[in-house]
Design a protein around this ligand. Structure first.
Ligand SMILES: *[C@@H]1O[C@H](CO)[C@@H](O)[C@H](O)[C@H]1NC(C)=O
Ligand SMILES: *[C@@H]1O[C@H](CO)[C@@H](O)[C@H](O)[C@H]1NC(C)=O
Ligand SMILES: *[C@@H]1O[C@H](CO)[C@@H](O)[C@H](O)[C@H]1NC(C)=O
Ligand SMILES: *[C@@H]1O[C@H](CO)[C@@H](O)[C@H](O)[C@H]1NC(C)=O
Ligand SMILES: *[C@@H]1O[C@H](CO)[C@@H](O)[C@H](O)[C@H]1NC(C)=O
Ligand SMILES: CC(=O)N[C@H]1CO[C@H](CO)[C@@H](O)[C@@H]1O
Length: 482
């Protein structure tokens, strides 16, 4: 990551990039200029460390951002854009900036506890991670909401005024957005839950199956052939194979196979399918070495342009408890290993990834990295939130047709919770807010380069209509009368 980070900073092209797709849902915003943010001026407030203890009153500094340029004084709405499993370096300039203008909204964003600069501890030991959970994070958002409303009121020289709030999030923050409306309905008029992974899944086989579907038969077949070659070479000459991928440091074969699997997944997740499929299909047609072709894609695209790091897949690295620039890898694995799993295991047959990326691999990782007794209680998570049977209201769910994560989202509508799918060749994770491709970031989430901009526009219009309706139902009396 260090080398590729330097590369990045030099190339002014990549505005927003996913970090090593351990969980290809993580987005790191490594910025080269501030123009891709609505703001990156950081503000701070004191947050409660443990919301569920009656006698622990410790606090930690939590970072947040506010953007008031479009705010319609004095009664405009406040959009809370939820940050997730990576450093939150500002409010990125995606489609939310268009929505803010349209609705005269203030936009505020709170960094997720433990990530970035919002860390309560200097050392990320398993013991110290015990306050890292979605439940604590939701409570953080609620406390922040109250704090921000009061400070805004003070700034505007008024008291007891409640602005209409609306929450937004993509991916894990999308789930938080839905869950926030579920758990704190009196604090927000509604929620946009974009590519929201609200269902904790233990054996997430649909992830790999979706990659096959998104790839289409021709590309899928080549990807499966690549995997066969990888498995053969791994048993005959592992060292040479890992060197070919510049991944010698991955001593555990499972880590290596997971790295290669993720490299393919992100092409579909983030709206760049042709970067992967075109060269592989060409190599196949030309009778060229498929391993070389895949290695080129992984090194030049996944690591080179995309910014993934091999180290992020190295369990030895994940065990490091020091607070560094890439602690997020360890932190997200902790959330995976305790709450949500989403183990991206190979399906029993017809898989694209190696069958060695299985349940055992994930459980061994959790134990090796965090210690005995650390494994995800997926059932408890789904009991707490309801999974896809979430009993919420005024939540819009959106999904991209090619996104492997969509099977952990709510893909059907129910009363007061419309669900929309955006279908197109490069529609992936968070297309409604990010446009195409989903990474690198296109300013204002421009949809022009989606293979069907119309599909995106239609869903955006639905989102606007829902926000409009739900905000109007929140006003003018404010939430106290509801
Ligand atoms: C947070 O707490 C610290 C220590 O008590 C205090 O110095 C600081 O002013 C507080 N910050 C805010 C924004 O309230
Ligand atoms: C705030 O409002 C009060 C009451 O209207 C007024 O007396 C005071 O001067 C105002 N303060 C500021 C800073 O505007
Ligand atoms: C997950 O898959 C493993 C291995 O196939 C199996 O033993 C286990 O029962 C599965 N667990 C669940 C909850 O589906
Ligand atoms: C995979 O398994 C399913 C049943 O679980 C079966 O219907 C399907 O034909 C199998 N596919 C292959 C390629 O074996
Ligand atoms: C769309 O893609 C074309 C060709 O790659 C590029 O020149 C253009 O800048 C892109 N437009 C947007 C809005 O991203
Ligand atoms: C409401 C809606 O559009 N639901 C769609 C979500 O995506 C699935 C496919 O995964 C469709 O079958 C649903 O119709």
């Amino acid at each position: 990551m260090r080398a590729s980070l330097a590369l990045f900073l030099a190339s002014l092209l990549l505005l927003l990039t996913l970090s090593h797709g351990l969980l290809p849902s993580r987005i790191l915003q490594r910025m080269t200029s501030s123009s891709n943010y609505l703001t990156n001026d950081q503000l701070w407030f004191n947050q409660t460390l443990d919301h569920f203890s009656p006698y622990d009153h410790r606090q930690f500094g939590q970072r947040y951002y506010e953007y008031l340029d479009d705010f319609r004084l004095p009664d405009g709405p406040i959009f809370l854009k939820i940050c997730g499993e990576s450093a939150c370096n500002g409010i990125s300039n995606d489609y939310i900036s268009v929505l803010a203008k349209k609705f005269g909204a203030a936009v505020v964003s709170l960094e997720h506890r433990y990530y970035g600069k919002s860390s309560p501890f200097k050392s990320m030991t398993t013991e110290n991670l015990k306050y890292l959970s979605s439940k604590q994070a939701l409570f953080d958002l609620a406390v922040f909401q109250q704090y921000y409303q009061e400070s805004l009121n003070a700034k505007l020289n008024r008291s007891n005024v409640e602005s209409p709030w609306f929450v937004f999030g993509v991916s894990y923050p999308g789930a938080l957005s839905a869950w926030f409306r579920l758990k704190f309905p009196h604090l927000t008029c509604g929620s946009l839950a974009s590519s929201a992974v609200v269902l904790a899944v233990y054996n997430f086989t649909e992830f790999d199956q979706q990659i096959g579907e998104s790839a289409g038969p021709e590309c899928k077949a080549v990807l499966q052939e690549v995997n066969q070659l990888v498995e053969q070479r791994l048993s005959s000459n592992a060292k040479e194979l890992k060197t070919l991928f510049d991944a010698d440091e991955l001593k555990i074969d499972g880590d290596f196979l997971y790295f290669l699997a993720d490299a393919a997944a992100i092409a579909f997740q983030y709206g760049n399918p042709d970067k992967l499929c075109s060269p592989l299909i060409d190599a196949k047609k030309a009778g060229e070495d498929l391993l070389n072709a895949y290695a080129t894609y992984v090194k030049e695209y996944y690591v080179g342009s995309f910014g993934a790091s091999v180290q992020a897949y190295n369990q030895q690295h994940l065990k490091n408890t020091a607070l560094t620039g890439d602690t997020a890898d360890r932190l997200w694995w902790f959330q995976v290993c305790t709450e949500v799993a989403y183990f991206q295991v190979a399906p029993a047959n017809d898989s694209i990834r190696s069958s060695k990326v299985d349940t055992r691999y994930h459980l061994d990782l959790c134990k090796n990295v965090f210690g005995d007794g650390i494994y995800p209680d997926v059932d408890a998570t789904n009991i707490y939130y309801g999974g896809t049977r979430i009993a919420g209201s005024k939540i819009v769910f959106t999904n991209g047709s090619q996104d492997p994560w969509r099977h952990a989202s709510k893909q059907f509508s129910s009363p007061e919770m419309p669900s929309y799918i955006i279908s197109c060749h490069n529609c992936g994770h968070g297309t409604d807010l990010r446009g195409c491709p989903q990474t690198p970031l296109v300013p204002e989430g421009n949809a022009q380069n989606c293979s069907s901009p119309d599909a995106v526009h239609k869903v955006r219009q639905q989102i606007i209509d829902q926000i409009d309706l739900w905000l109007s139902q929140c006003q003018p009396t404010g939430r106290h009368s509801i």
